[in-house]
Ligand binder design. Structure first.
Ligand code: SF4
Ligand code: SF4
Length: 68
């Protein structure tokens, strides 16, 4: 599992250079590609730090998967 991004909800807070989710991710699992947020599944440890800072509730880890 990994954080899931709802691209319809994501408004690219912070612009393409400093999205909050990328700043929050301890594992560098999130990047911007083609002006969209992409999560690298094998790097993501399901901590939900990204979900807790996203102002648009656009990135989330399914609750039963959150590791801490
Ligand atoms: S759940 Fe944690 S590790 Fe995964 S993308 Fe979000 S902040 Fe990064
Ligand atoms: S924190 Fe949320 S709104 Fe901001 S770039 Fe990440 S997914 Fe999009």
């Amino acid at each position: 599992m990994a954080a899931q991004v709802d691209l319809d909800k994501c408004k690219m807070c912070g612009g393409v250079t400093q999205p909050r989710c990328i700043e929050a991710c301890p594992d560098d699992a999130i990047r911007v590609q083609d002006d969209r947020i992409v999560v690298t599944e094998f790097l993501c440890e399901d901590c939900n730090e990204c979900g807790s800072v996203c102002p648009d509730s656009a990135i989330t880890v399914p609750l039963e998967k959150v590791t801490f």
